[in-house]
Design a protein around this ligand. Sequence first.
Ligand code: ZN
Length: 353
Amino acid sequence: MKKWKQSIVFLGVLLSLSVTCPGQSSKGVGGKLKAYFVDVEGGQATLFVTPAGQSLLVDTGWGGNEGRDTERIEAAMKDAGLSKIDYVLITHYHEDHVGGVISLLEKVPVGAFIDHGPNREDDPAGEQRYSAYEKVAAQKGVKRILARPGDVLPIVGMKAVVVSSDGNLIRHPLESGATTNPFCKGGESRPADATENARSVGIEITFGKLKMLDLGDLTWDKEMELVCPVNKLGKVDVYIVSHHGWNHSSSPALVNAIGARVAIMDNGAKKGGSTSVLDTIADAPGMETMWQLHFSEEGGPEHNAEEEYLANLQGGEDGHFLELTSMGDGSFDVLNSRTGETKHYEGAASAIH
Ligand SMILES: [Zn+2]
């Protein structure tokens, strides 16, 4: 594209953003996409901030603990210059994902929720969590958006496509030219999961040349449907490891097929981080670095990532986060807040894609 044309397109984008984002709450992040992997001790709370200043929080961590997880989310918001969160996506209604929602709403203005619809798990505690969520959303007047496979989330500044929701999956590959997935051969099939995990809202995010996959706690049986016999997800650069790295997810058929360069696991010291998953990820084709929020006690020194890629060490002070910054040209950085060190990844030309 000619330079002047680029400038006009760029100006057009700026104008449309200023029109579509009144009351923008962030200082913006200078043309970059940021993702904060907040340490909620084996739950999920992942905050995306787009260059348009919009924000998407995937899950709210645990409840209780005197609002610990909300405070950690607020620390990430402060770093990003946010005073509100535009969208909070609730992947499913387990305590480590929706538990923090009441405490969050007490302290943080939220624009809208995105979820898969009603709780589907036959469990009184789950029913209680769901009705508490429904109630607090209604009380605060926060609208709920139902996610369906194939939907593009309304967030401005990145593209987030729903690939799974309420047990339903995209039916067609996201990209044309998808072929048979060789990693399905001999892959283990597992019975259908009857919990809320299999209902997780999963998204694939595209920002410029960067792709990231976040499937919440989507289970093995659903993964096999998504990637076998044809890999409908395509290749991604960053795999936000499903289910905290627990071995009920991250089948080799999925992990090998998506060809991620970087994996980021939101495990706790004693939650997720299964040895077999640590190994599957470390051995996946094209994998350059596996980052973890915690040293996994199950994995021990042999199976965990090297210390520099762990946000929280065994027995150390916790609460450290990982932060990914994407430039849009395919290159990106990952910062370990514990060490203050950043690792840079060049654009995808050097990757096996
Ligand atoms: Zn979970």
